[in-house]
Design a protein around this ligand. Structure first.
Ligand code: CO8
Length: 257
């Protein structure tokens, strides 16, 4: 499939999606968000792909929702266009998604990064929720995901001032897994993706689901989900292969079954 506002390419078991509206700092127009949902779903359904890397290139991740598109929008326009329906579809991707963030990740851009599973950042990355400068608040998970990640007081300050975090600050606050030089960012993300892609796909899928449950469920319910997933994986061919390979001192060959 060819896209207008993003690039989507395969690199072995990795699906790389690049936001691609550089003159607008990858502002998240409806068209872009729609294509992003389509591309990510297409990789999610592709049996050759095991991990998705989402990036905006070296200069900018995304400077937020497209303000030009929003300036005259009524609540009804927004609802009919269904921006959040596309966002919800992005949140439902079942394969691991690694965000490779360089430059600005602001507003909806920060929110898209936070809805990924792992965030790698270049030294130039800047994270923020500047919506308050526009008279709005984050609309795509920022108030909840940022608060759960960095805690109430830092999230409150960021949300109320619109200030930005540097990559190092974000790393210290647990918002970023690792900071790397800009020229190495995509390769580092792909290396990490390859490492995950070599693991048993069903185990990876259920591990992701179980970790995500931790944010949304009481402990007892999360533990129950974990236990059921554990039993389920005992029935997979890959777990037999994984355990046998360990005992036979060889590399496992996982088939996602
Ligand atoms: N929307 C539309 N155009 C944008 C946006 C944007 N968010 N950000 C930058 N641009 C455009 C500028 O208008 C400019 O275009 P032109 O060259 O035609 O004038 C071009 O990109 C370059 O921008 P600047 O000249 O401003 O570049 P600077 O380097 O001086 O500044 C900044 C970079 C700091 C990133 C600045 O552009 C900025 O503050 N941008 C707006 C950031 C912002 O407020 N983001 C939040 C938007 S609201 C939001 O995201 C709500 C989320 C709702 C959910 C979304 C679900 C997908």
């Amino acid at each position: 499939m060819s896209y207008e506002f993003i690039l989507a390419e395969k690199d072995g078991p990795i699906g790389v999606v690049t936001l691609n509206r550089p003159p607008q700092l990858n502002a998240l127009s409806y068209g872009l968000v729609k294509e992003l949902a389509q591309a990510m779903e297409s990789f999610d359904q592709d049996p050759e792909i095991r991990v998705i890397v989402l990036t905006g290139g070296e200069k900018v991740f995304a400077a937020g929702a497209d303000i030009k598109e929003m300036v005259d929008a009524t609540p009804f326009d927004e609802r009919v266009r269904g921006r959040f329906d596309f966002r919800d579809r992005i949140n439902k991707i079942s394969k691991p998604v690694i965000a490779a963030v360089s430059g600005y990740a602001l507003g909806g851009g920060c929110e898209i990064a936070m809805s990924c599973d792992i965030i790698l950042a270049s030294e130039t990355a800047r994270f923020g929720q500047p919506e308050v400068n526009l008279g709005i608040i984050p609309g795509s998970g920022g108030t909840q995901r940022l608060t759960r990640t960095v805690g109430k007081y830092r999230a409150m300050e960021l949300m109320l001032t619109g200030d930005q975090l540097t990559a190092r600050e974000a790393e210290r606050l647990g918002l970023v897994n690792k900071v790397v030089p800009v020229e190495l960012l995509l390769e580092e993300a792909k290396n990490l993706a390859r490492k995950i892609a070599a693991k048993a796909p069903l185990a990876v899928k259920l591990a992701k689901e179980a970790v995500l449950k931790a944010a949304n469920t009481p402990l007892d319910e999360g533990l129950e989900f974990e236990r059921k997933s554990f039993y389920l994986l005992l029935a997979s061919e890959d777990r037999k292969e994984g355990m046998r390979a360990f005992l036979e001192k060889r590399k496992p060959e996982f088939r996602g079954k």
